[in-house]
Design a protein around this ligand. Structure first.
Ligand SMILES: Nc1ncnc2c1ncn2[C@@H]1O[C@H](COP(=O)(O)OP(=O)(O)O)[C@@H](O)[C@H]1O
Ligand SMILES: O=P(O)(O)OC[C@H]1O[C@](O)(COP(=O)(O)O)[C@@H](O)[C@@H]1O
Length: 308
C-alpha cells in the first residue's frame, strides 16, 4: 500500500507561451488547470500505472472541491484533513524553448491541532507493508522537521518512506534517514550549501555521499540532462540521459518520476527496471500538457521506443 502525504496541495494553472517577457505585458491563452501538489501528483501518476494509493495531507476549505472532484473522478481514495483557509493556486509558465517559470503561493496556515490529527492518522496507516510518500513544501503552522518526525514514527512500525522536499525540510528529513529521496540538481546543491551549478562529476560524488548516509535509494533528477541513480543493492551509480521526447510541460515531471520510483520499490522491481520506468514515466509527463501524468499508453509507447 502506498500513502501519499501532501501538506500543501495546489491548484496548478499552467500556460504555454512562445516567449515570456519579464516587465512587459504578456497576453496568454487559456491555462490548463490541474489538481496539484507533489503527493497528489504522485497518487495520480500511480493510478495511471495501475497502482492504488491513498492521498492524505491538509486541504484548505476554499478550493478543496476542485482537488477532491479530480481525485474522485480518477477513483483515488482520499483522507485529507480540512483546514481553514484557501488551497493555494500555483502559476506555471512554459516557454517554447522549454524554460519553466513557476510562481508558487505559500498556502494556508495550518492550526496546531490539525498537525497532531495528521500525525495520528499517519501512525494508524503505518505497517511494514506501507510506503509513505512525503512530498512538497511545508505550509505555515507546521514545523519544518515534520517529515523527520514522521520518518522516525513510521520506521518504528516497519513502514518505508520516500521524501521529495527542498530547503530546511529536506535537511531535517535526511537526518532521520528516509528510505528513498529524489532531489533535483538545485536541491542537491542547496543541501550541500553550494551556490553554483554543479559539474556532472560533483553530482555523482554528492549522490554517493547521500547514499553513504544509509539512504537505500538516492535519485538525483537533472531535468533535460537525465538522472543519477544510487541503490544500496548495487555497487555502481547509474547515470541515464533524459529520453528525447517532445516537450509540452515539465511541470509534474519530478512527481511522475517519484511515482515510478515508489511503484518500482513497492513491486520490488530490479534496479534496471526501476531506472527505465522512472525515465519513461517522467518523459511521459513532459509530453503531457499541464501538471498531469502520462496515461498508460504513452508510458508503454515510450518504454517500447527507448528500451524495446
Ligand atoms: N526536457 C525534458 N526532456 C526529457 N525528460 C525530461 C525533461 N525534463 C525533465 N525530464 C525528466 O523528468 C525527470 C525529472 O525532472 P526534473 O526537472 O529534474 O524534476 P523536478 O520537477 O523535481 O525538478 C528528469 O530526470 C527526466 O527524466
Ligand atoms: O510544494 P511545492 O514545493 O511548492 O511544490 C508544489 C508544486 O510542485 C508540483 O507538484 C510540481 O512538481 P514537479 O514539477 O517537481 O513534479 C506542482 O503540482 C505544485 O504546484
Amino acid at each position: 500500500m502506498i500513502i501519499t502525504v501532501t501538506m500543501n496541495p495546489a491548484i496548478d494553472k499552467t500556460v504555454e507561451v512562445d516567449h515570456f517577457c519579464p516587465g512587459k505585458l504578456n497576453r496568454i491563452g487559456y491555462p490548463v488547470t490541474d489538481a496539484g501538489g507533489k503527493g497528489i501528483n504522485v497518487s495520480k501518476a500511480l493510478k495511471k500505472l495501475g497502482e492504488t494509493s491513498i492521498a492524505t495531507g491538509f486541504l484548505g476549505k476554499a478550493g478543496s472541491d476542485i482537488i477532491l472532484d479530480v481525485l474522485s473522478a480518477e477513483q483515488i481514495q482520499t483522507d485529507f484533513i480540512s483546514c481553514e483557509g484557501i488551497t493555494r493556486t500555483n502559476f506555471k509558465l512554459m516557454e517554447l524553448d522549454g524554460t519553466l517559470t513557476e510562481l508558487n503561493e505559500p498556502g494556508m496556515t495550518v492550526a496546531r491541532e490539525k498537525v497532531e490529527e495528521l500525525l495520528e492518522k499517519i501512525e494508524q496507516y503505518a505497517t511494514k507493508d506501507v510506503w509513505f510518500v512525503l512530498s512538497g513544501s511545508i505550509p505555515e503552522g507546521v514545523d519544518v522537521d515534520i517529515y523527520a518526525r514522521i520518518i522516525t514514527k513510521v520506521h518504528q512500525k516497519g513502514a518505508k518512506v520516500f521524501v521529495d522536499a527542498d530547503g530546511r525540510a529536506l535537511i531535517e528529513a535526511i537526518k532521520a534517514v528516509p528510505d528513498m529521496i529524489k532531489p533535483n540538481e538545485a536541491e542537491l546543491a542547496e543541501y550541500f550549501g553550494i551556490r553554483r551549478e554543479l559539474s556532472q562529476e560533483e553530482i555523482l560524488q554528492l549522490t554517493k555521499r547521500l547514499s553513504d548516509i544509509g539512504i537505500e535509494t538516492v535519485v538525483v533528477s537533472q531535468g533535460s540532462r537525465g538522472a543519477v541513480f544510487a541503490d544500496a543493492g548495487e555497487e555502481k551509480l547509474v547515470y541515464q540521459n533524459a529520453l528525447a521526447v517532445e516537450v509540452h510541460s515539465t511541470v509534474g515531471a519530478g512527481d511522475a518520476m517519484a511515482a515510478a520510483l515508489v511503484y518500482a520499490k513497492e513491486k520490488k522491481l530490479p534496479m534496471q527496471k526501476m531506472v527505465q520506468l522512472a525515465m519513461a514515466v517522467s518523459a511521459g509527463a513532459v509530453v503531457t500538457a499541464g501538471t498531469n501524468p502520462p496515461d498508460r499508453e504513452t508510458i508503454e509507447a515510450i518504454l517500447q521506443k527507448f528500451y524495446g
